[in-house]
Ligand binder design. Sequence first.
Ligand code: NSP
Length: 223
Amino acid sequence: MKFSERIRKNADPIWQASHNHPFVQGIGHGTLELEAFQYYMCQDYKYLIEYARVIALGTVLAPDLETMSGFAKALDETLNSEMDLHRAYAKRLGITQEQLEQTVPGPVTLAYSSAMMAEAQKGSLAELIAAILPCAWSYYEIGTALAKIPGATEHEAYGEWVKMYSSPEFGAIADWLIAKLDELAAEKSEAELDRIETIFMNTSRYEYMFWDMAYKQENWPIG
Ligand SMILES: Cc1ncc(CN)c(N)n1
């Protein structure tokens, strides 16, 4: 079994909880409250800025040009395609660029992005990839699952979101990260693999928590 298959299997209960979360199902069935989606878009914009910084660190840790180039593509996809989606949505939803940029990261946004950055700064490239992989992989998995719901890709509010995350371009980044992690895992001891798996499990949990935070439009308890 490939290392990626092992960690995906072990994370399955968490991933299934994300698939079944009312926020995710609400996007697929077009029933999600627009206000929760607006909140999500602003928080996600801030999250993606930090995610992009972690990807950029991947180019620093990359051992060769092919790997550097893969991270450069992931960075471009995030900053210029994925965040364009957020900017376009913001416009449609009446959120200004200033509002997007001035969003205060909520507790889960801050905890998740800080955890990714901490793993990237103290670990090896495999640990960095484990920290960001649930982000790329679970969204592609969720996007492709939601795209199968009749009408989901055509929905007036959420169709563009479903199209983005089920797109082959987005999937190619997830596939590249999976293959890179498997390649690096082949050289690791069992103790190191356990540590890498723990990171993957934790950021998988944060993915679930992000959906939940958005659904509840959670904020800091004290201003
Ligand atoms: C929280 C979160 N996780 C993942 C993705 C997909 N890059 C995202 N946009 N936001």
